[in-house]
Design a protein around this ligand. Sequence first.
Ligand SMILES: [Mg+2]
Length: 318
Amino acid sequence: VAELDLIRAIARALSPPGERVVRWVGDDAAVIKARPLCVTSIDTVAEGVHFHSATHSPREVGHKALAAALSDLAAMGADTGEAYVSLVLPRAHPHGDALALVEEMAALADRTGTTIAGGDVVSGPGVVVSVCVVGWADSEDELAGRDAAKEGDVVAVTGSLGASGAGLILIEGGSAQGELQEAHRRPQPRLAAGRALARAGVSSMIDLSDGLATDARHLALAGGVRLEIDLESIPVAAGVAEVATGAGLDARTLAVTAGEDYELLVTVPQERWDAATAAARTAGSTLSRLGEVVAGEGVAFREGDGSLREGLRGHEHR
Ligand SMILES: [Mg+2]
């Protein structure tokens, strides 16, 4: 009975569904008016592995779980559609906490044009949140993948890097409030930029969840190419340099190895560069040129003196 109360409270916390939704929460299954291409991704976060209840509030967990899933739709260039949420909660878990988690998720869903169209709640040993997101497109050329980077393409990134990593350092140091901490707690999926860049003809795209040093490897591997990136070209977010210095770290190294910025890394054919920068700008973002795609494999970072660093890695434990 208590479980049923929670499910009813969750249903009340959700906004009315979008116009594509024919049937949703309250039926045995959701029914959605489809478009030609369905773009689906699932993301799971588990207590003790991806977050700790001592340092992450239920609201942050709710936001991050949906934001991470939506970021994968951004990386494909898809329009947002629906989300389906599975919640595993310990029996003694306070209903207020579960509701706060869902409310924060619902707020992000509203801002991104996503309908939380279904889900379930079950008991288990710890909090686990699975979010399946469904995005839509009308044709394949509206979307981007990871595997088509070509020799001669420009390597570029949206926005700026390092804010989330610097925010985490501050939070762990006991400083809870501030813009960098907020960037870590409530990362924003770059949906508008992803859609615009895919349509502008980028050759490959990936969202930066594990950090540029690691995510760039995925583009290199999938494309069968090598990415060379100038460390001096890395757009380091405001305030990151001070935090890095305080922690005895190099700001650019922090910016390329810390994860969870959720900016978009792209490779762009030379002739599409102007279109891509214009697309990023129209989407309210920026595009910084980092380097180029060359023959070979892996990722190398070029220092100011021209020497190459090969071994940089992001947060691969996730
Ligand atoms: Mg991804």
